[in-house]
Design a protein around this ligand. Sequence first.
Ligand code: DGL
Length: 278
Amino acid sequence: MLLPQVAGPIGVFDSGYGGLTILRELRALMPQYDYLYLGDNARAPYGTRSFDVVCRYTRQAVVTLFERGCHLVVLACNTASAKALRTIQQNDLPHLDPRRRVLGVIRPTAEVVGSLTRSRHVGILATTGTIISQSYDMEISKLHPDIVVIGQDCPMWVPLVENFEFDSPGADFFVKKRIDMLLQHDPAIDTIILGCTHYPLLLPKIRQFTPESVTIVSQGEYVAQSLRTYFINHPEMEARITGGGTLHCLTTESTDKFNSTAVHFLGHNIEAESIVLS
Ligand code: DGL
């Protein structure tokens, strides 16, 4: 495969709209770069899909972003980071282009949690796929072996966000139910990681149903700080990122639907381009 070698934008990928919460933080911290966002909205959610399917879909997205000039792609999706990141890094990058990079969102989040919890009991709220993969448990135990990690899946939360029901009264039931389940499982939890990039949209409701003493960790700012550090440590990659401050969005859904929803995540209008992934 012949990939463009000239500098290009930072690629940001998610199954749908959730990755826009990461993109927003990346642009807030590093507004100077160009960004290319890809939301596989037509095939979201990924959280209930099998390992093989998430790997295949994510690989298609990464290749598309590479073909469009990205040298670095952030999987702004915990499900894709949990199920596809390692396979792509180990099996695909050597063939596609060993100089390109794909980074995930789980490691930067696992790194910071050690300095946030005092009780050393941490809860993870995420999709079923991320919880079953135990990616957070493994990353956190590597970095902070004394921390007890309790995972709770929230299968209804992504559909609530994707269907724009995140601030509706109907969302209260599903949000409260899963937080209660997590805290009943381990009342010593003092820190909860939102391990899905869609969940920051539910943050006001999550906060409402979580005791004030519990810290809620939204990933975006930590992922952004981690990428900035990555560029400091890897100036050769930073040199391959274009610096125009632009954002272009790709979606596998209709552009009308994407544009009207994305504005609520980004805080400004966007004209997306519709593509087919295969
Ligand atoms: N936003 C994604 C995540 O962080 C994926 C949600 C989904 O498609 O199920 O896990």
